[in-house]
Design a protein around this ligand. Sequence first.
Ligand SMILES: C[S@@+](CC[C@H](N)C(=O)[O-])C[C@H]1O[C@@H](n2cnc3c(N)ncnc32)[C@H](O)[C@@H]1O
Length: 280
Amino acid sequence: MERVLQQHAIGLIAGLLRERTGQVISEDRRWRIDRAIEAVLRKRGIARNGDILTLLTQPDATAVEDELVEALLNNETYFFRDRQVFTQLATTVLPALCRARTESRHLRIWSAGCSTGQEALSLAIMLIEQGITASNGWTVELVATDVSLGAIDIARRGLYSRFEIQRGLSVGQMLRHFSEQDDGWQASRQLLGMIRYEVGNLLERPMHGPPFDLILCRNLMLYFDDTAKRAACARLHAALAPHGRLLLGGGEGTLDRATGFVAAAADCALYRQAGQALAA
Ligand SMILES: C[S@@+](CC[C@H](N)C(=O)[O-])C[C@H]1O[C@@H](n2cnc3c(N)ncnc32)[C@H](O)[C@@H]1O
């Protein structure tokens, strides 16, 4: 009986995650739900797994649901993830976008599904290294969103463990942009001041403001089903400027033309809106 209740709970929780975030947990990854249930129960001093159903039907179920969803989101990230992609951004994509914005000298960049901030910080470091800064007359709006409140809280603090700071940053970047504290490595005010972090669900709310020149949406749609992927692509398409570029994660497969995007580079997951001429 306990096992039947447990299976029922797992189905409910998988449905909850899908409804709230679009993420689908396949059968072979259902052990992650067991882990999430255990963590939520442990926090409340409850030993029997079947009791998660009781918690999910009580008046404060929303708090339990929030915790389960947070525990199930995959927040894996690191600085300059897929470094060659950042090299391509710095050497070809950004210069072309800057040429398209020569007059306004205003760029808008969105890191969608930014997790704990390493991707947005990598972009900020890249902008500084490329001289695309206020002191050179550029205004750059760097917006970073994630559906996970916990991840955004960490990103806003900008404090990273020794393990995290060593994943992807060169020693020079680490020393120039972070300072060592008792409890970790703190991102500089300059870096944090360049990024606006927001809690946001890619599937729910259109982004406000003018369209973006560059959108990174990497390793977020990996576990979306086709419906969620289509909806996400429609949001990304609506948010991208006509000359803009969308970058997906390396292992995410390709977007077909029906999404409104076509490949903009042969060797990385860079897309542009179909029908738009390539920027010079
Ligand atoms: C694996 S991390 C990738 C982080 C970063 N983009 C990278 O590639 O290193 C995926 C992030 O997407 C977020 N996410 C999942 N579904 C989302 C949704 N519907 N809207 C916004 N963020 C979402 C997760 O919370 C997680 O932080």
